[in-house]
Write a protein that binds this ligand. Structure first.
Ligand code: TYD
Length: 211
């Protein structure tokens, strides 16, 4: 598929994705890797429009789904695929599973249809690290630690449904990590899941280079 390693963090807001991405990045850098870190929505034109809508008023469900598709298409073409082709480890803060979990559960949404659309348009990553936490606790973290008011994407009912969708996606390449424990323990759990996947890819690559 690609010589690089494609890792994705998913989970509702307040589960510690950005902290865990930073800790994984540090560990990988200590091991001599130079991971490419990125996030969705991106900082590009479509991503900016999406972020604005979280405070200025949501788009219609159809427009919002399209905006995420445009943003992701550009992200894959401009950064993700070239980095993977160059053999880099790519770590994303959210990917198409968030579209299934959030857009799929908007009123009138259809998680099965959104999932089919996502899987037909976008390549699955090598590993998804799903940071799982009770929505009430996640919201407390958002308000207490960050001093933020939850935005339109972050109402508790929405977070409950998003969590259920993540739960339904769990499997071989989509690993649940208990995000309720302390930061170091979560980082260890992430490392425990990510390392074998990275090593397998690296071994495979070495074997291809030196047959
Ligand atoms: P988030 O990572 O929370 O950005 P920030 O830290 O700047 O608030 O992402 C913004 C919101 O976008 C988040 O609440 C979930 C939502 N989202 C979707 O609804 N669908 C998607 O496909 C993605 C990637 C994000």
């Amino acid at each position: 598929m690609w010589p690089g390693v494609f890792l994705v963090f998913e989970g509702i807001d307040g589960t510690g994705k950005s902290t865990q991405i930073r800790l994984l990045d540090e560990r990988l850098q200590a091991a001599g890797e130079t991971p490419v870190l990125s996030r969705e929505p991106t900082g590009g034109a479509w991503g900016q429009r999406i972020r604005e809508s979280a405070t200025a008023g949501r788009m219609t469900p159809a427009d919002e789904l399209q905006a995420f598709i445009h943003d992701r298409t550009e992200h894959l073409r401009g950064l993700i695929m070239p980095s993977l082709a160059a053999g880099r480890i790519v770590i994303l803060d959210r990917y198409f599973y968030s579209t299934i979990a959030y857009q799929g559960t908007r009123p009138g949404g259809d998680t099965v249809a959104v999932r089919q659309t996502m899987e037909s348009l976008f390549p699955p990553p090598d590993l998804v690290l799903w940071l799982d936490l009770d929505p009430a606790q996640a919201l407390r973290r958002i308000t207490a630690h960050r001093g933020e008011v939850p935005n339109e994407f972050e109402r508790q009912e929405g977070l409950e449904s998003a969590r259920e969708v993540f739960r339904s996606l769990a499997g071989d390449r989509f690993r649940r990590i208990d995000a309720a424990s302390d930061e170091r323990a979560v980082a260890d759990a992430v490392w425990h899941e990510a390392l074998p996947v990275i090593q397998a890819k690296r071994l495979l690559r070495a074997a291809r280079l030196n047959p």
